[in-house]
Design a protein around this ligand. Structure first.
Ligand code: WTA
Length: 668
C-alpha cells in the first residue's frame, strides 16, 4: 500500500458514465443489485438457468457445514456439453468458436463450434482409450494452441478433473503438481512459439516424470501434440509412455455422448501460491463454477454473443484463462480470439493488429501489459483502427489510474468503459467490478461487488470500516463459483481462508482494500507473503525455498518491491554459506554468483519467478523469536528510509545490510 496509491485515492475525482447506447441495451440494469441482495439464492438460481441441466437441482445452496458449500444440490450437467454441443444443437454449429492465431505470421486456424464438438469428442474418446476414467486427474502442460482448450473440455466431458500447469513453469514446479494431484496422464506438446522461436516443453515433462518416479509416483501416459516439429532427441521419446496426439486423437471417433455429472463433481484443480512454500491445489466443481463463469462473463462484459468478438489475452495456464477463455465464453457461445505468442512478435503492435483484423469488440488484459504499451508510446496502437472495441477489461492486479485512463483513451478511443475486475483463483469468477452499461467507472477503483456477491472491508475485529478507511477485503456470503477446498487438505482450506474472521464466517484471501468517500473499493494488494508480479501470484516462501536449495545459499528472504512495469518485482536477500562467503565480496548485479542464483530460481520455478534483484547480505533482520522482518527488507528494496527497528533482535543488522549494499547492489 504505497503512498502513491493512497494519494491517487485521495485526489481521484474523474468519473466515466456508461455510454448512452450501451446503457440503453445493457444486459443488466440497476435493479439487479437490490433484487440479488433481497434474494441471493433466487438470483443465483436465475443465473443457473443460463446453463443446460440434465437434471435440475433440488436446492440452490447447502451451507449447513460451512465453509464447505454445495451448490445446485442434486443437479446434474456436463460442462463440455454446455460449452460446445448445445450451441451446435441450437443450430450455431457453423459459428466460429475460436479464431486461433499462432505466433509465426500467417499461422492461423478458425474453429467452428461444430468442429470443436468433434475435436473434443475425439479427444475424449482418445483419453478413455488411454485408460482415463471419471475421477482420474489429467495434467495439461501446453502452449496457447487450440488443443489446450480441446484437452480441458475433453477432460470435463468425461469427468476427469484437469490440472493445467502454465507452460512457463519449470519441470520442478510441474513435478510437484503432478505428484500432489496424482495425475495419471499428462497432455503436452513438443514445444510452442514464444518471442519468435520454438521453445521446448516435452523435455520438461520427461524431467518431471523422472522426478515424480523418484518419489514413487508414476505418470502412466504422456499425450504429445506436435506443434513446432522440433527434434525431441534420442532420449526424448519413451514408447511405453509417450503417445502422439495425432496418432490417437485424429483417428478417434467424433461421436461421444456426454455423461451428466453431479453439480459438485470436481471440474479442475488449479495450483496457486499461498503463504507457505507448497502451492495450493484450488478445487473447483462443475455446476456452481460454470454458473459463476457464464453469468459474470455475460454481465460484466455486457456480452452480446451474436455480435461480439471477444479476446482475453491471459494464458490458459492461469485461472483467468480457465474462466474467461474456456468456461465462461464457450458456455455463452461467443466467438473469441486465441493468440499463441507475445505482444511484440514479430513486431510491436501485434495485438492491435489482431484487434483491427478480427474486429475485436471486448478486450480483457492485465495492467502489466497496459503499462508496457504506455512505455512504447501511443504511436504504435494509433496505427490501427480499433473502432470495433466497445468494452475493455483489466484483471490481475490493481490498475493505477494513469494506466486506466491511458487504456480507455488510447486503446478505447474514449468510447469504451473499462471494467476493473477483482477476483482470484479461489473465487473462480469476477466478484467486484463496475457493470459497463449500468454503473460509472472511476480510474483505479474496482468499484462495488457485482449483483449476487457480497463484499466488505473490515478491520482486525471483522467490523466494517467506514467510508474513507482501509482494511481487509472479505466476502461475506458464499457464492456458486467459490473454491470447495484445497485438494487433499480440507484443514488448510479452513485455516487459510476462513479462520481469520471465523466468528463472522467471512472469507478472507489476503487482500487489503480501501473504501473511498463514495464507498467504492480500491484493492491495494496483498497483505500476506504473496507477491503479485505481472498479475501472477508468487509466494515469497516458495522462492526462498528455491534459493535455499542452492548449495551456496545459507539463508534467503524474499520480498515483493514496487515495480513500475510489473506491479511488484521479486527482490531477494541472500546469505551465502561460510565457505562461499568470499564470493560475496564482489556480488553486484552482474556478478557470477547473482547470475547463478537467478538461473537457479528460473530452473526451480520458472522465468516468472526470477528475482529482479538479488542482494548478497551478511545478515537478515530478525525479531527475537526469529521471524524475518520483511517490512524492513521491503524498505531497502524500495529505497525508502528504514522503518522502526526496535523489535529487531540485533538492531545493528540493518546498518550492516545497508553498508554491504552500498558497494554491490544494483539500482534498477
Ligand atoms: C490481485 C487472478 C486489484 C489480488 C484473477 C488477488 C487484483 C490476486 C485484481 C488474485 C484487481 C486480481 N485489482 N488486484 N482488479 N485482480 N488482483 O489468483 O491481489 O492469480 O488476490 O487470480 O490478484 O490472483 P489470481
Amino acid at each position: 500500500m504505497s503512498d502513491e496509491t493512497l494519494s491517487n485515492l485521495l485526489t481521484e475525482d474523474r468519473r466515466f458514465e456508461p455510454p448512452a447506447d450501451l446503457a440503453a441495451a445493457a444486459n443488466l440494469t440497476a435493479e439487479a443489485y437490490d433484487r440479488a441482495a433481497a434474494d441471493p439464492e433466487g438470483f443465483w438460481a436465475e443465473q443457473a438457468d443460463r446453463l443446460t441441466w440434465d437434471t435440475r437441482w433440488d436446492q440452490v445452496l447447502d451451507w449447513s457445514n460451512p465453509p464447505f458449500s454445495k451448490w445446485f444440490v442434486g443437479g446434474r450437467l456436463n460442462a463440455a456439453y454446455n460449452c460446445v454441443d448445445r450451441h451446435v444443437e441450437a443450430g450455431r454449429g457453423d459459428k466460429v468458436a475460436i479464431h486461433w492465431i499462432g505466433e509465426p505470421a500467417g499461422d492461423t486456424r478458425d474453429i467452428t463450434y461444430a468442429e470443436l464438438k468433434d475435436e473434443v469428442s475425439r479427444a475424449a474418446n482418445a483419453l478413455i482409450d488411454l485408460g482415463v476414467a471419471t475421477g482420474d486427474r489429467v495434467a495439461i502442460y501446453l502452449p496457447m494452441i487450440p488443443e489446450a482448450i480441446v484437452a480441458m473440455l475433453a477432460c470435463a466431458r468425461i469427468g476427469a478433473p484437469h490440472t493445467v500447469v502454465f507452460g512457463g513453469f519449470s519441470s520442478d514446479a510441474l513435478a510437484s503438481r503432478l505428484t500432489d494431484c496424482q495425475a495419471k496422464v499428462v497432455i503436452t506438446a513438443d514445444g510452442g512459439y514464444r518471442r519468435g522461436a520454438a521453445s521446448a516443453l516435452k523435455p520438461a515433462v520427461d524431467e518431471a516424470r523422472a522426478k515424480t518416479a523418484a518419489t514413487g509416483f508414476e505418470v502412466e501416459k504422456v499425450l504429445v501434440v506436435r506443434r513446432t516439429g522440433q527434434d525431441l532427441g534420442e532420449q526424448g521419446w519413451d514408447d511405453a509412455v509417450d503417445v502422439w496426439w495425432h496418432d490417437v486423437v485424429d483417428g478417434a471417433s467424433p461421436e461421444h455422448t456426454p455423461e451428466a455429472f453431479d453439480a459438485e463433481h470436481p471440474l479442475y484443480v488449479m495450483y496457486t501460491s499461498g503463504t507457505t512454500g507448497k502451492p495450493k491445489g484450488i478445487l473447483h466443481t462443475t455446476g456452481g463454477y460454470l454458473v459463476g463463469c457464464a453469468y459474470t462473463h455475460w454481465a460484466v462484459f455486457d456480452l452480446k454473443p451474436e455480435t461480439d468478438v471477444y479476446w482475453c489475452t491471459a494464458d490458459v495456464g492461469w485461472v483467468t484463462g480457465h474462466s474467461y477463455i474456456v468456461y465462461g465464453p464457450l458456455a455463452n457461445g461467443v466467438t473469441q480470439v486465441l493468440y499463441e505468442g507475445t505482444p511484440e512478435t514479430p513486431e510491436k503492435g501485434r495485438w492491435w493488429q489482431i484487434i483491427e483484423d478480427l474486429k475485436v469488440s471486448i478486450f480483457y488484459t492485465a495492467p502489466t501489459a497496459i503499462r508496457s504499451f504506455m512505455k512504447q508510446g501511443r504511436e504504435i496502437p494509433d496505427r490501427r483502427d480499433m473502432s470495433s472495441l466497445r468494452i475493455l477489461g483489466s484483471v490481475g492486479e490493481p490498475i493505477n489510474p494513469e494506466a486506466y485512463v491511458w487504456y480507455r483513451h488510447v486503446i478505447g478511443g474514449d468510447r469504451t468503459p473499462v471494467v476493473d475486475t477483482w477476483w482470484q483463483t479461489e473465487t473462480g469468477s469476477i466478484m467486484i467490478s463496475p457493470l459497463p452499461g449500468v454503473t460509472h467507472g472511476k480510474p483505479g477503483s474496482a468499484m462495488i461487488p457485482i449483483p449476487g456477491v457480497s463484499a466488505e472491508v473490515v478491520d482486525e475485529e471483522g467490523t466494517p470500516v467506514p467510508n474513507g478507511s482501509g482494511g481487509y477485503l472479505v466476502l461475506t456470503q458464499p457464492w456458486p463459483s467459490m473454491l470447495r477446498t484445497i485438494w487433499g487438505d480440507d484443514q488448510r482450506y479452513v485455516d487459510t481462508y476462513w479462520s481469520r474472521f471465523r466468528k463472522q464466517g467471512y472469507y478472507f484471501a489476503g487482500d487489503g482494500s480501501k473504501k473511498d468517500s463514495d464507498g467504492d473499493l480500491w484493492v491495494l494488494g496483498r497483505v500476506d507473503d504473496v507477491m503479485n508480479v505481472s498479475g501472477h501470484r508468487l509466494s515469497t516462501t516458495e522462492i526462498e525455498s528455491a534459493l535455499v536449495s542452492h548449495p551456496k545459499v545459507a539463508e534467503a528472504a524474499v520480498v515483493g518491491a514496487k515495480d513500475e512495469d510489473t506491479g511488484q518485482a521479486v527482490c531477494a536477500f541472500v546469505i551465502l554459506r561460510d565457505e562461499f562467503r568470499d564470493e560475496a565480496d564482489d556480488a553486484g548485479e552482474g556478478s557470477d554468483i547473482v547470475a547463478e542464483l537467478r538461473g537457479h530460481v528460473r530452473k526451480e520455478i520458472g522465468p516468472i519467478a526470477t528475482p529482479r534483484q538479488i542482494m548478497i547480505v551478511p545478515e537478515l533482520p530478525k525479531t527475537r523469536s526469529g521471524k524475518i522482518m520483511r517490512r524492513l527488507l521491503r524498505d531497502v528494496a524500495e529505497h525508502r528510509e528504514i522503518g522502526d527497528v526496535t523489535t529487531l533482535a540485533d538492531s545493528s543488522v540493518m546498518e550492516l545490510i545497508s553498508q554491504g549494499l552500498s558497494g554491490g547492489s544494483s539500482d534498477d
